[in-house]
Ligand binder design. Structure first.
Ligand SMILES: Cc1ncc(COP(=O)(O)O)c(C=O)c1O
Length: 448
């Protein structure tokens, strides 16, 4: 910003003591600092930039729409809305999910989904159903409803008095079991916890269960064991509980399929998206639902209250263009192919003394760090090991996304634009190894 000095920039982020990283331009999978230094965005920002940056035709779609329609009431119909709904129904949404409503990001999507689930039951004559079961180790955004149904502990700090105490089930995470260091069967039985939580809460009071197909920022790409989602869906249906899939991070090709739950053969009742819908070019998100979810609202002549900037024509035009590019360039298939290649190269890190696990699907991958690979002892939280890895990698020209909360002390996520090349993959893996080594040396020297 002209005339803005560093002190002003610091104030504008509300963070008094850290110096924000400066980016003045982005193209493909690369960010450029004001000095022209390239940085490979191995995290697509916040796992957002699916199609890569600097696409002229997306900018043109946005500009043209702004010239034509600056704003309309979100419930009205525009050519941009018709085109996007048509494309979503034709090529993207799972069979059976026919309804769409648009918002301005992932947090709003989740908030709208929670309200939709509640309104569904109220309109269907079940006003006693209001609880939304969530998983302990999850991130569903930063609205008070999103924080209530999720649990990313650092992001909830200080907020508890403002939040509803929603029932929680443990996330399907056990490094000890997945790494074969324990004979336990927790992972195998993790889905049964959902039934336990519903019974404990009182099934007649539960409106929905919400979870991420792959736990993103709260867990560093935790993939549930096979059959988890199938069983989760079965349990929810048997108690009349709606299944909400939070596909904000996993949606629109990130995992190598259109949506994360496609890998599981499960269709949710409500699906929420954000990030990849617009690939970062505009603030957008969507809530999608089956006819069965929406029918009671229609019969009661109710609608879901909108946010003023919801379904903005410019955002919808951007989303439509982004999805058109994904289809034309077969980018979902590319995410699967490059994801497999990246996973294969990351396997080289699996015997590193500080790598506990490499996990994920497609181009949504995570690496969890440990102090000791043999015992799986974690670094103390105060060592901020993952933070040091991210800082060292950024110095070396690659940005990884810090992840983890609760028992997952230290993880990074890799979620690059789908347009990355083989050379970019080599750069990511080589830089990650060097950054882990440097972080370990820094932690060791601080301990002396
Ligand atoms: C699974 C999930 N849900 C919801 C959100 C919130 O989305 P937003 O930050 O766009 O509000 C995020 C963001 O990281 C997310 O990963």
């Amino acid at each position: 910003m002209p005339g803005m000095d560093t002190a002003d920039a610091l104030r504008s982020t509300f963070i008094p003591h850290s110096v924000p990283f400066q980016v003045s331009r982005a193209e493909g999978a690369y960010l450029y600092t004001p000095e022209g230094r390239p940085v490979l965005d191995a995290a697509g920002g916040a796992i957002v930039g699916n199609i890569g940056y600097g696409r002229e035709e997306v900018a043109e779609a946005a500009a043209q729409t702004l010239r034509e329609i600056g704003y309309v009431l979100p419930t009205w119909v525009t050519p941009q809305k018709e085109a996007l709904v048509d494309r979503l129904q034709r090529s993207w949404l799972p069979a059976g999910i026919t309804r769409a409503s648009f918002v301005s990001g992932g947090s709003e999507s989740v908030d709208a989904a929670v309200r939709l689930a509640r309104q569904h039951h109220v309109c269907a004559g079940r006003p006693e159903r209001w609880k939304v079961v969530g998983t302990d180790l999850s991130y569903h955004g930063v609205t008070l409803s999103g924080l209530s149904v999720g649990n990313h502990r650092p992001r909830r700090v200080g907020m508890d008095p403002l939040l509803y105490d929603m029932p929680k089930v443990p996330a399907p995470y056990s490094l000890e079991e997945s790494q074969g260091r324990s004979e336990g069967t927790f992972l195998q039985k993790a889905a049964e916890e959902i039934e336990r939580a519903i019974l404990e809460a009182g099934p007649e009071t539960v409106a929905a269960f919400i979870a991420e197909p792959i736990t993103g920022s709260a867990g560093g790409a935790i993939v549930p064991p096979p059959g988890y989602w199938e069983r989760a869906a079965e349990i929810c249906r048997s108690y009349g509980v709606l299944l909400i899939a939070d596909e904000v991070m996993t949606g629109f090709g990130r995992t190598g399929k259109r949506f994360g739950l496609e890998h599981e053969g499960v269709t949710p009742d409500i699906l929420v998206s954000g990030k990849g819908l617009t690939g970062g070019y505009a603030p957008g998100g969507g809530v999608y639902a089956t006819e069965d979810v929406v029918t009671p609202l229609a019969e009661a002549k109710q609608d879901l209250m909108f946010y003023t900037f919801a379904a903005h024509p410019m955002v919808l035009a951007v989303a439509n263009k982004v999805l058109e590019i994904m289809e034309r360039e077969a980018l979902v298939e590319r995410a699967a192919k490059m994801g497999a290649r990246l996973r294969e190269r990351l396997a080289e890190l699996e015997d590193h003394p500080h790598v506990g696990e490499v996990r994920g699907r497609g181009l949504m991958l995570g690496v969890e760090f440990v102090k000791d690979r043999e015992t799986l002892e974690r670094f103390p939280t105060e060592a901020r090991f993952a933070g040091k890895v991210v800082a060292s990698a950024l110095e070396r020209g690659v940005f990884f996304y810090p992840a983890g909360s609760g028992p997952v002390h230290d993880a990074v996520m890799l979620g690059p634009p789908f347009v990355i090349t083989e050379d970019d993959i080599d750069l990511m893996v080589d830089t990650l190894r060097a950054a882990i080594d440097e972080a370990a040396a820094r932690v060791a020297s601080a301990a002396v």
